[in-house]
Design a protein around this ligand. Structure first.
Ligand code: NAD
Length: 511
């Protein structure tokens, strides 16, 4: 594992408390409540995180509100310069940040660096804010009258993020939010809270003024305070579907703009003409990377027709070569799961699938680290002959369990995907361009891969699912992120032309 070049926030001592970041400095929690932060590779509590009270959320909102007028008045060129600085600092310090992700999330360093690389893309996109925030201008809309639209920031906006991408998902949000002139309040997952503080320090070093970026650590108490606070104008959320729905319903009922991204059950359809070896490589990478704790992980392979047998064989053949281990082991490709509770829940689905008639081809509980380690390890599982009525199919497992549903035809495969309540990502593997195009046309999901298993859009497009995978109108980051974090103002202007004015009570006409 990459050594820490210098002490990083929150990991300097094993028992350090993880605090808030308010008004440009670390602020110790005052609520008296803390939560445990585990090292998933050892199973031990590594440190504790402060859990904010509503008053502490209020203090962070007040700091963000106080910083807003000066930040929105800061020139676009100055804000852009600061964003370039942030981008460069995150790139320079990415190994330290990756080490924090490994320490608290458990993902292996290569995966952690990949997460940061995708976050950096968002910072790079936001560096283009001078172009992105440009308005529109219509000269001579009426005689002597010009009409133009400008886009202005909303004010204080909040981001509530999940455990599985503690660096990237905050960057999805705050890069565009602050580029557009908003001030930001981040409530990271309490399971891996230190990355947020590390980012806060980098932002300060990059020249972000105090109060523009704040971090409040916490749980439901902090989230509810955010949902209710009258000075928060918009909320971006990423997490599980039940919480996403709650955030959307409560936030909008309180008059806020909300985008709430939820869970997923991503299907990869493999047609009989697909390159089986390529499809097997893709399925294994997309199902087990990051221990399956990705919202874009492939959790279901839909094998069409006679591809099923060779495909399951090809996937099975690859499984013994996957090296499971702690992020400190340079050979490890897949780390532990985030908590013991989550690991055990994931493992329970293997048994349930077997009891309901599926064939367990590989059982992650057979891995020695599952049995012998105190860490939250689970080996990879492959479950064949799953049917849509089984519990393991109906639930987002969010772990290293890949299920195979066998169907007879392409229409049956598409129906299966479309009838699933989630619609985050999906993929098709085929050599038939016409079939791929038809799939793209009719499949009900927000992100589609054609021979690409994890079609996470690059930062100059936007990320979002359909159905129960997203509540709200706008997808996250990219152009739709700019739209989310700004509101339009249309100005109709006429300069005095002596002698041309008269009283007219009619509705304004443009001719
Ligand atoms: P989660 O829903 O448990 O938590 C997300 C955030 O909500 C955290 O900050 C947490 O503190 C807060 N929270 C949790 N319970 C709450 C409650 N009862 N009331 C208010 N706030 C609450 O999600 P997670 O386990 O951290 O992350 C995994 C989930 O996130 C998976 O379902 C995954 O699919 C989803 N996810 C989705 C995307 C996407 O882009 N659609 C991306 C990453 C993760």
């Amino acid at each position: 594992m990459t050594q820490l070049a210098e002490p990083a926030v929150g990991v300097t001592t094993p028992a350090a408390r993880v605090h808030h970041w308010i008004g440009g400095q670390l602020v110790e929690g005052a609520s008296g409540r803390t939560g445990p932060v585990y090292d998933p590779a050892t199973g031990r509590v590594a440190r504790h995180v402060d859990l904010a009270s509503a008053d502490e959320v209020g203090a962070a909102v007040a700091a963000a509100k106080a910083a807003f007028p000066a930040w929105r008045a800061t020139s676009i060129s100055k804000r852009t310069e600061i964003l370039f600085n942030i981008r460069n600092l995150v790139a320079e310090r990415r190994h330290e940040l990756a080490a924090l992700l490994t320490a608290e999330h458990g993902k292996v360093p290569s995966d952690a660096l990949g997460e940061i690389a995708r976050g950096l893309e968002n910072l790079e996109f936001a560096c283009g804010v001078p172009q992105l925030i440009k308005g529109q201008y219509s000269e001579q809309a009426s005689t002597g009258v010009d009409v133009y639209q400008i886009r202005q920031p909303l004010g204080v906006v909040a981001g509530i993020t999940p455990f599985n991408f503690p660096a990237m998902v905050p960057m999805w949000m705050f890069a565009n939010a602050i580029a557009c002139g908003n001030t930001f309040l981040l409530k990271p997952s309490e399971k891996d809270p230190s990355a947020a503080l590390f980012l806060a320090e980098l932002l300060r070093d990059a020249g972000v003024p105090a109060g523009v970026f704040n971090v409040v650590q916490g749980d439901k108490v902090a989230v509810d305070a955010i949902l209710e606070h009258p000075d928060i104008k918009a909320i971006s959320f990423v997490g599980s579907t039940p919480i996403a729905r709650y955030i959307y319903e409560t936030g909008t009922a309180n008059g806020k703009r909300v985008q709430a991204l939820g869970g997923a059950k991503n299907h990869m359809v493999v047609l009989p003409d697909a390159d089986v070896q390529m499809a097997a490589d893709a399925a294994v990478s997309a199902a087990y990377g990051s221990a399956g704790e990705r919202c874009m992980a492939i959790s279901v392979v839909v094998a069409v027709g006679d591809v099923a047998e060779p495909l399951v064989d090809a996937i099975q053949e690859r499984l013994p070569r996957i090296k499971v281990g702690p992020g400190t082991d340079p050979q490890a490709e897949m780390g532990p799961l985030v908590t013991r509770e989550h690991r055990d829940r994931v493992a329970s689905f293997i048994e349930r699938a077997r009891a309901q008639g599926a064939t367990v081809v590989a059982d992650g509980r057979d891995h020695p680290l599952f049995r012998d380690s105190e860490g939250f390890f689970l080996g990879v599982s492959l479950v064949d002959r799953v049917t849509p009525d089984m519990d393991s199919y109906c639930t987002e497992i969010f772990g290293p369990v890949l299920e195979v549903v066998r169907v007879d035809s392409y229409p049956e495969a598409v129906r299966l995907v479309n009838e699933n309540p989630y619609g985050n990502g999906t993929a098709i593997f085929t050599r038939d361009g016409g079939a791929a195009r038809q799939f793209q046309f009719e499949v009900e999901a927000g992100m589609v891969g054609i021979n690409v298993p994890i079609p996470v859009p690059v930062a100059y497009y936007s990320f979002g699912g359909w159905k129960a995978s997203l509540f709200g109108d706008l997808h996250m980051y990219g152009p739709e992120g700019i739209q989310f974090y700004t509101r339009g103002k249309v100005v109709t202007s006429r300069w005095p032309d002596p002698g041309s004015s008269s009283v007219d009570l009619g509705f304004p006409r443009t001719r």
